[in-house]
Design a protein around this ligand. Structure first.
Ligand SMILES: [Fe+2]
Ligand SMILES: [Fe+2]
Length: 189
């Protein structure tokens, strides 16, 4: 499937602002790939499709889980803001004929991260946060780090920030995010 066809299909799956976000993530992922020496075409594609399952309704979620035999954990279950990445990693295989494992995993782990992330997983995780439409207190600092060769430092800052946020708000933290944070901290030190 070429980009135009994918964009066309995504228009049916996402509201306009989410499509815009997806295109921004795609563009940002290309920029990061240039900096970190990754395949720009693969990054462009992964960015574009990363949120394809974000607006699935309950029936679509149920159908996908059944069709692809997906096992969601207790935090992902009934939580589309976490599960859309896992569900999306299957949907892209069927809907867009993606069979590249690197792209599949970049989509799968873009919400939580995980330990020992590949370069593409890091690029998509970060591009999702710092694409040009994003606004939050830490975004400029993350951009500065990510665009200046310190992608791991940007990831650590982001994981720390996420963990602090969920603690302050008495929310559950996904264990993959804790593993991702510990792993990258050990790498940096
Ligand atoms: Fe997402
Ligand atoms: Fe996203």
């Amino acid at each position: 499937m070429n980009y135009k066809d994918i964009e066309y299909k995504l228009k049916e799956m996402l509201p306009e602002r989410r499509l815009k976000h997806s295109m921004n993530v795609s563009q940002c992922a290309v920029k990061l790939s240039e900096i970190y020496g990754y395949d720009m075409e693969k990054a462009k594609l992964a960015g574009l499709i990363h949120d394809c399952a974000k607006y699935f309704n309950d029936d679509q979620v149920k159908d996908s889980i059944k069709k692809f035999n997906i096992e969601l954990d207790s935090l992902e279950e009934n939580n589309i803001s976490l599960s859309h990445s896992v569900i999306g990693s299957y949907v892209i295989q069927e809907t867009f004929n993606i069979n590249d494992e690197d792209i599949i995993n970049a989509v799968r782990y873009h919400t939580t991260g995980r330990e020992n992330m590949t370069i593409l997983e890091k690029i998509i995780y970060m591009a999702d946060l710092i694409e040009e439409g994003r606004k939050f207190p830490l975004v400029d600092k993350l951009r500065e780090l990510a665009y200046n060769g310190s992608l791991d430092e940007a990831l650590l800052l982001s994981f720390n920030n996420t963990i602090k946020f969920v603690m302050d708000n008495n929310q559950l933290i996904h264990p993959r995010t804790v593993s991702a944070r510990n792993y990258i901290l050990r790498e940096i030190l």
